[in-house]
Ligand binder design. Structure first.
Ligand code: WT7
Length: 656
């Protein structure tokens, strides 16, 4: 469909009714909404029965705003719930993961029985390295099975994993290790990306120069590259893990025992250590996976195409699928490792039935052309999901038609690192879908859209997305900083959780997410704050001042545009412009990550400022998105912004 045709169609029909065929076999039946609405607390208590508890909880919710406890007198072991209980139920031979390597033909199949042994060995090894309940373990790993094994082994011991995306720099890594005082790091010598080995261990070595409390580093040998070795601190996985006994008795922990920390960008330069506890997090990961993805453990093959370095990977590659005992695909490579049809081959070869990915990936695959999906047998697919940013209707329609063969329901799922699991989504077979809308809060989840004063808006109106009642997998806070937790999420509207997203209720009352309304950007589904990037830029010696905005981008959703003034004389700057811009880009990659590299850097002698000296970001956003400029009357010098707009439109400072 062309964009014009699509618009006409949206105007006219606007929605796809739920498939009757799907509804007949769906895990979730329409009565689920009434059941949950009648007694949300009882509903969640029933959902907790998806887990095996050593001591079943008698309490459900204790709410002391903004601090919630769920199932607090229950005890359980997360890793036992993911692995052992399936083996005990006779499913030891069932495949837990089809691992697909970056390289053509490299794959591993791991059954639940094998996973149990791998986890036991890793847990024994971590114990030998002194890891015990409550300790924090940093995980900085490529997409290999050992990453999942490590996560499961850590939580098995009651320790806390802090998985740090392997694309983050040494500096980002060290600040995260320090913030939660991790004492053990699990990593690999390197990772494969499109056939090339990218080293990881050097970043760990660099990071640890400023982390004296890290006493052990466990290293998986993946790329067999040369590594530096610190005797006494560094241990090869194959030396320490392989020799261990392959059984390990799981201990029970309280439902509110901290299980994981995941750092995410806020509106300041310092990332927030969002932490989750065991019982509530696992309950909601399990329920959402069961109802939204409609998983059938005996037949489905589920592929969440995300990285374990993000919350999507935690909840829907690891915990949600394992709790439900399904078979998953884990893919190491990039969408075009081994060719632009690689994704479709993975689906065909593994008979993937449930696919979950981000709009930015869909748009990239779309750009490569539908001849690629058309050349493969995708008939195994029966449900498609999307997450991470608002999906544009054109990408939604392409996904539906060229990937889902017009037969697979699409679930557009809204959630956040903080929410732990999905909050807003259609339920397949029940909810009609509209391209671009996440539609409805899940059963047991209560959200609203409110105006500036916190009043609920009517249908057809927009405002701020809030959650009005606690939910099991809500973050229990920011690690070590309860004040920041209160300020960030609970201060904007008293008593309501402020998500930071704009949203709209359409005429039918269905929800459309409109993106962040704070200084948080969404770059290819990666969350980054403007302040964080500005901070990195001003850390470069020649930079005097920097302002960063997120500008809409056809592929990455948003892209970073930076406006920078240099300390050099104008003449010097002129001479070295291209080199300076390149150096700045590399500097940001080094300080944060390559994903934070600005798409465009505009060097300007001045930034537009108000008379009180505040940078007018609103105008810079207008400039970055090629919009007519808003009100410029409060500026000290209105010509500044015009000359910036000029540079911008010439494409100055754009990466080649
Ligand atoms: C932010 C959270 C949750 C896993 C991935 C991102 C945006 C997420 C949607 C969606 C529109 C979405 C929001 C949210 N977002 N899903 N379906 N429609 N926007 O996790 O890094 O914590 O980012 O992603 O802006 O606040 P995250």
């Amino acid at each position: 469909m062309t964009e014009a045709k699509l618009e006409a169609w949206l105007e006219e029909t606007r929605s796809f009714p739920p498939s009757e065929e799907f509804a007949k076999q769906a895990n979730a039946q329409p009565s689920i909404y009434e059941e949950a609405a009648a007694d949300p607390i009882a509903y969640w208590r029933t959902q907790a029965d998806r887990l095996t508890w050593t001591k079943a909880p008698t309490k459900t919710l204790e709410w002391d705003l903004p601090f919630a406890k769920w199932f607090s007198d229950g005890t359980l072991n997360a890793s036992y719930n993911c692995v052992d209980r399936h083996v005990e139920a006779g499913k030891g031979d069932k495949v837990a993961y089809h691992w697909v390597g970056d390289a053509e033909g490299e794959s591993r199949t791991i059954t639940y029985g094998e996973l149990q042994k791998m986890v036991a060995k890793a847990a024994n090894a971590l114990s030998e390295l002194g890891v015990k309940s409550g300790d924090r373990v940093a995980v900085y790993m490529p997409m290999i099975p050992e990453a999942i094994v490590t996560m499961l082994a850590v939580v098995r011991l009651g320790a806390v994993h802090s998985v740090i995306f392997a694309g983050f720099s040494a500096e980002s890594l060290s600040s995260r290790i320090l913030d939660s005082d991790c004492q053990v790091v699990v990593t690999a010598d390197g990772a494969f990306r499109r056939g090339a080995a990218a080293p990881l261990k050097p970043a760990v070595d660099e990071a640890l120069k400023s982390c004296p409390n890290v006493r052990a580093v466990l290293v998986v040998q993946r790329t067999k590259g040369d590594v530096e070795w610190v005797e006494g601190r560094d241990h090869w996985w194959h030396d320490i893990v392989d020799k261990q006994a392959d059984t390990h008795a799981p201990e029970s922990f309280d439902a509110e025992h901290t299980m994981l920390i995941m750092y995410t960008s806020g509106t300041t330069a310092k990332p927030k250590g969002i932490f989750h506890t065991t019982g509530g997090y696992l309950t909601q990961a399990a329920t959402t996976y069961y109802n939204i993805f409609d998983v059938k453990p005996d037949t489905d093959v589920c592929w969440t195409a995300a990285d374990i370095g993000w919350i999507t990977g935690h909840s829907y590659i690891v915990y949600g699928p394992l709790i439900n005992g399904v078979t998953s695909v884990m893919y190491e490579g990039l969408p075009d490792s081994g060719g632009r049809d690689r994704w479709w081959r993975i689906i065909e070869e593994n008979k993937v039935s449930i696919l979950y990915t981000a709009p930015t990936t869909i748009r990239t695959l779309m750009k490569w052309g539908h001849q690629h999906p058309a050349s493969k047998d995708l008939s195994s697919l029966r449900l498609l999901g999307t997450v991470g940013e608002p999906i544009n209707p054109e990408a939604w329609m392409w996904y539906r038609e060229h990937v889902g063969g017009n037969r697979c329901p699409i679930v557009d799922t809204w959630w956040q690192t903080e929410t732990g699991a999905i909050m807003i989504s259609p339920l397949p077979g029940i909810t009609a879908t509209k391209p671009g809308a996440a539609m409805k809060a899940l059963p047991g989840i209560m959200v609203d859209v409110v105006d500036n004063e916190g009043n609920s808006v009517g249908n057809g109106e927009g405002g701020y997305l809030v959650v009005t009642h606690p939910w099991p997998s809500m973050t229990r806070g920011i690690y070590g900083d309860p004040e920041r937790f209160k300020e960030t999420y609970w201060a904007r509207f008293p008593g309501l959780y402020f998500a930071g997203d704009g949203a709209k209720k359409d005429e039918d009352g269905d929800l459309w997410l409109l993106g962040r309304i704070d200084d948080v950007m969404n770059i290819s589904g990666h969350r980054l704050s403007t302040t964080e990037v500005e901070h990195a830029l001003v850390g470069y010696p020649a930079v005097a001042e920097a302002a960063v905005v997120g500008a809409s981008d056809p592929t990455t959703g948003q892209a970073i545009v930076a406006f920078v003034t240099l300390k050099l004389s104008a003449e010097d700057a002129e001479k070295d412009q291209t080199a300076t811009i390149e150096a700045l880009r590399d500097h940001v990659a080094k300080v944060i990550s390559p994903i934070a590299k600005p798409r465009q850097i505009i060097l300007t002698p001045e930034l537009p400022k108000t008379r009180s000296g505040k940078i007018m970001r609103r105008l810079l956003r207008d400039v970055a998105e090629n919009r007519p400029l808003g009100d410029v009357t409060t500026l000290t010098d209105p010509t500044v912004v015009n000359s910036i707009a000029d540079l911008m439109s010439k494409g100055d400072g754009t990466e080649e």
